[in-house]
Design a protein around this ligand. Structure first.
Ligand SMILES: Nc1nc2c(ncn2[C@@H]2O[C@H](COP(=O)(O)OP(=O)(O)OP(=O)(O)O)[C@@H](O)[C@H]2O)c(=O)[nH]1
Ligand SMILES: [Mg+2]
Length: 244
């Protein structure tokens, strides 16, 4: 429990056989449930999740690769089923510092936010972020601010937390399934009038492999514009390829 709230962490994982065990080992004791979503990884990610002997782990496996956004929405749905009251996202590539988790969850339990975003740019270790990431994230944050009107600095940060009440009020199936999902969720937050709060989190860049490529800048820009055109509740078919 985190300050009296049942806490879940969703861990999207694709080809993370090496870093998933590290991610899971670092999970703070106050986390009640860890929903690992293996996004049809062809490597040993599933085995690594199964071998991690922690009764808090709940494992979902997509039978086809659906994308990081879809992995997170599958995890959100499961966390709701399991009774979570606050739900964080920490990627399976160990890029989120677990010491930051209380700070990310706090605005939810104090009733100050409906959705919390990590902000790597204002952390004391901000310069650890590679220049290309800072420039790309800066450009996408600028576009997201301009389109949504939200006052957010680091839209691409995947370290987030959301309340149960917020999850119950949004159309999870409409969230963009691949890169661009953070911007799409922010669009939904803006259109629904939800309160978004940013908190400093440490940027962690070591030896993980990113799936992001330069052309994703353009596709993510498209996702931002798409949401502004379709509105908050455009339906998309629920992923059919999830098993447990
Ligand atoms: N690339 C990729 N990652 C996925 C997918 N499904 C789930 N993930 C997980 O999503 C997380 C984020 O993916 P990354 O490609 O590292 O993207 P990122 O961390 O936002 O970007 P970087 O700052 O470049 O590391 C990782 O934990 C992946 O294992 C998928 O289909 N593709
Ligand atoms: Mg990464």
């Amino acid at each position: 429990m985190f300050q009296g709230a049942r806490a879940a962490v969703v861990v999207p994982a694709y080809c993370e056989e090496r870093l998933l065990p590290k991610t899971l080992r670092s999970m703070p004791a106050f986390v009640d449930t860890i929903v690992v979503v293996d996004d049809a990884s062809p490597d040993g990610t599933l085995r690594a999740a199964r071998e991690h002997a922690d009764p808090r782990v709940d494992l979902i496996r997509h039978t086809a690769n659906l994308g990081v956004g879809a992995a997170i929405t599958s995890g959100y749905a499961r966390a709701l089923e399991l009774g979570a009251e606050v739900v964080a996202v920490m990627a399976g590539d160990a890029q989120m510092d677990p010491d930051d988790l209380p700070r990310v969850l706090l605005p939810l339990v104090t009733g100050k936010a409906d959705y919390v975003k990590g902000n790597r740019f204002v952390h004391a270790a901000a310069s650890d972020m590679p220049l290309t990431r800072r420039l790309g994230s800066g450009a996408l944050s600028f576009l997201t601010r301009a389109v949504t009107g939200l006052d957010v600095d680091d839209t691409q940060c995947g370290f987030t937390a959301i309340s149960r009440e917020t999850l119950e009020r949004i159309d999870l199936a409409s969230i963009w399934p691949r890169y661009g999902y953070p911007n799409d969720i922010l669009g939904v937050m803006a259109q629904g009038g939800f309160r978004v709060v940013e908190v400093p989190v440490r940027p962690v860049y070591r030896d993980e492999a990113s799936g992001l490529r330069p052309w994703h800048l353009a596709s993510i820009a498209g996702v931002i514009v798409r949401r502004s055109l379709i509105g908050a509740s455009a339906p998309r078919a629920l992923p059919a390829a999830a098993t447990r």
